[in-house]
Design a protein around this ligand. Structure first.
Ligand SMILES: Cc1ncc(COP(=O)(O)O)c(C=O)c1O
Length: 416
């Protein structure tokens, strides 16, 4: 049997893979510099002094085919703008997935509302619409559907539920640019869609975000929420018409975002090709389950998640991932470690100013707890996931190395 690199053998791969952390795996350069130069030479770096951010908003809305887009400082801000615009507040519950970035939840807690977690579908890693329905109470006001890793959540039953119970349906598309659900782009299906422009996303400005909607009133409130609740159209004295924050994107980010928008289609198409090739190459490895893409959906592969049937191997998930890393493969174990409700923020309810607020808010008046066992599928699935990067600059050779390392490591650990 071939000796694994972790045991001193020759690694499958010695050179680094292209990565989203730097130029090796990011399509950025001349186009961004040209627009940035214009901004710097104009001296107008503030969005309401220049035109880059407003142009980006118009272009992004056109790109998705929606009426309104509001740019902001991060994906978290984009989500907070969504909950703020939708009137989420104290005493209300918002249902979301436990398999997500904390930014999704900050948007709920940031409005003093209560996050409620529904379990995931162990095949798609997205919200299980049945469990979302089970979690609805008379306090529920919104659902945030996360399109995790770039795969659309099952939107039809969520839209149906939102209509039936009069809930706001927010889509967290941070990882899912150009992902499609039954011929529709994610972000255009619910009431509001939110995107992130953080360094690792399909299009990026270091940090940044954008909130989209077809609803004129939600858009008006989103714009106010992003800009300190200030209605600039009313002139002086300044009209602060609602509570808002300063989530304004700068012209520098706007310049980069406009150039990036021209590239994102290419990025997603390249990732789909890389992912298809990897899926083909590893489809014969028993006990390894590539991403399942439901009929009518298109994945955009922010990451490439692999599920492993651990009972077929004499190793833990960590053993396998460490062995892959030793072979030179940038594999990760799980995603975010544990379902998000297991973080001390939730289990100990570490709220505002050292209190348990908003959980103890009298406007809520109920008890809710976060504990192991809350979402069994999420807890089980996260312990079976290997996450691999899926970069637009991966070559066929890169894909072959990943497949070879998976074969080598899993052959070694296979239970006989
Ligand atoms: C699913 C999801 N939601 C929200 C966010 C928050 O975005 P940001 O990091 O831009 O604030 C992220 C970012 O990683 C994400 O992946």
């Amino acid at each position: 049997m071939v000796k694994l690199a972790i045991h001193g053998g020759e690694p499958v791969r010695r050179s680094p893979f292209p990565t989203v952390s730097d130029k090796s795996g990011r399509n950025i350069g001349r186009e961004e510099l040209e627009l940035l130069k214009r901004v710097v030479e104009s001296g107008a770096l503030f969005r309401y002094s220049g035109t880059m951010v407003s142009s980006f908003e118009r272009e992004f809305a056109g790109f998705l085919g929606v009426k309104h887009a509001v740019a902001s400082t991060s994906g978290t801000a984009a989500l907070h703008i969504a909950t703020g615009a939708a009137g989420i507040g104290p005493g209300m519950e918002v249902i979301t997935s436990p398999l997500t970035d904390i930014g999704t939840i900050i948007a709920i807690l940031g409005q003093n509302a209560i996050p409620v977690f529904a379990d995931i579908d162990p095949d798609t890693y997205n919200l299980d619409p049945e469990d979302v329905r089970n979690k609805v109470t008379d306090k529920t006001r919104a659902v945030i559907a996360v399109h995790i890793f770039g795969l659309p959540a099952d939107m039809d039953p969520l839209v149906e539920l939102a209509e039936e119970k009069d809930l706001v349906l927010i889509e967290d598309c941070a990882q899912a640019y150009l992902a499609e659900y039954k011929g529709r782009l994610v972000g255009t299906i619910g009431d509001i869609g939110c995107f992130s422009l953080q360094q690792s996303k399909h299009m990026f400005t270091g940090d940044g975000g954008i909130t989209v909607t077809d609803d004129d009133e939600l858009a008006r409130k989103a714009r106010l929420f992003m800009d300190k609740g200030w209605d600039r159209s009313l002139g002086l004295p300044r009209a602060y018409v609602m509570l808002g924050f300063n989530y304004r994107m700068t012209e520098l980010q706007g310049a980069v975002a406009r150039a990036q928008l021209k590239k994102v289609r290419w990025v997603v198409e390249r990732r789909r090709r890389v992912a298809e090739s990897l899926t083909k190459k590893i489809s014969g490895i028993d006990g390894l389950i590539p991403p399942k893409v439901p009929k009518g959906c298109k994945h955009s592969y922010w990451l490439y998640p692999l599920k492993i049937e651990l009972s077929m191997f004499d190793a833990t998930l960590d053993d396998i991932v460490k062995a892959l890393q030793a072979e030179g493969i940038p594999a990760g174990a799980g995603y975010i470690g544990k379902p998000i409700y297991m973080a001390p923020l939730f289990t100990e309810k570490r709220g505002y100013g050292g209190t348990k607020c908003p959980w103890i808010c009298p406007l809520y008046g109920r008890e809710i707890d976060y504990y192991e066992g809350l979402c069994p599928q999420a807890e089980k699935t996260i312990r079976q996931l290997i996450t691999l990067p899926c970069n637009e600059y991966f070559t066929e050779e890169d894909v072959e190395d990943i497949a070879e390392a998976l074969e080598k490591v899993l052959y070694y650990y296979r239970r006989r």
